[in-house]
Design a protein around this ligand. Structure first.
Ligand code: PEP
Length: 249
């Protein structure tokens, strides 16, 4: 059975006091659930957040990291540093990193390698832009993002990879892919992985959907057979909304 995962990407929101308050509300709502629950606070609050979630099943994950272990990379954070504060999972390839920080598939391949070499789990994000979908190119774009950043890996590496399909036109826009659009793309993604690595790898891989998931639409999206959970932005900033989404499974 594939892991079901709901991960909240807090982006550049919440100072330390707000982080503490939101974690306290999340812990109060955290009931037994089949899904793995993750939150990704901003880097400066990761250490404190890791301590604060203790006693709950919530995992604190990072939004980004650098590929080098250390050195002259001002402002950056390495996998080893994240591990040293108990952060074992990192989101890589978010569309905002690709758009505003010029992260390319080639760079992301290096980051994925560094995370895996440090024994971390990767939530790897990708997705097409609106123009790609309008032109009918969504599968070609998504297929090449996956191949370019991940297909140098051996099959075993996928034990530590979670995929997150996030159509750029649905992120933070209030516009969600329909459950059918999400299912069609997730099935395509799984087939792309199966063609390269075989059915066992493809069928054991969790593929999350991200893009304006809310309490009102989560249940229908998560009911689709190839959707194994969600990466949640805006709605992860309110404990009730986030757990309504977690409980949609
Ligand atoms: C995201 O940033 O990964 C995301 C899906 O954001 P939102 O839920 O706000 O669309």
């Amino acid at each position: 059975m594939r892991k079901q995962i709901v991960a909240g990407n807090w982006k550049m929101n919440n100072d330390v006091a707000q982080t503490e308050a939101l974690i306290a509300s999340l812990k109060a709502q955290n009931k037994t659930t089949n899904a793995e629950v993750m939150i990704a606070p901003t880097a400066v609050n990761l250490s404190q957040a890791s301590n604060s979630v203790k006693g709950s099943t919530i995992e604190v994950v990072a939004q980004n990291m650098h590929f080098a272990e250390s050195g002259a990379y001002t402002g950056e954070i390495s996998a080893g540093m994240l591990k040293s504060i108990g952060v074992n999972t990192v989101i890589l390839g978010h569309s905002e990193r690709r758009e505003y920080f010029n992260e390319t598939d080639e760079l992301l391949a290096k980051k994925v390698d560094a995370a895996l070499a440090n024994g971390m789990r990767v939530i790897f994000c990708f997705g097409e832009e609106l123009a790609d979908r309008k032109a009918g190119n969504e599968e070609a774009v998504v297929g090449s993002q996956i191949k370019n950043a991940l297909f140098h890996l051996g099959a075993d590496a996928f034990q530590n990879i979670v995929l997150a399909y996030e159509p750029v036109w649905a992120i933070g826009t209030g516009e969600t892919a329909s459950p059918e659009q999400a299912q069609d793309m997730h099935a395509f993604i799984r087939k792309t992985l199966a063609d390269k690595y075989g059915n066992d790898v493809a069928n054991s891989l969790s593929i999350l959907y991200g893009g304006s998931v809310k309490p009102a639409n989560a249940e229908e999206i998560f009911s689709k057979p190839d959707v194994d959970g969600g990466l949640i932005g805006g709605a992860s900033l309110k404990a009730e909304d986030f757990f309504a989404i977690v409980n949609a499974f």
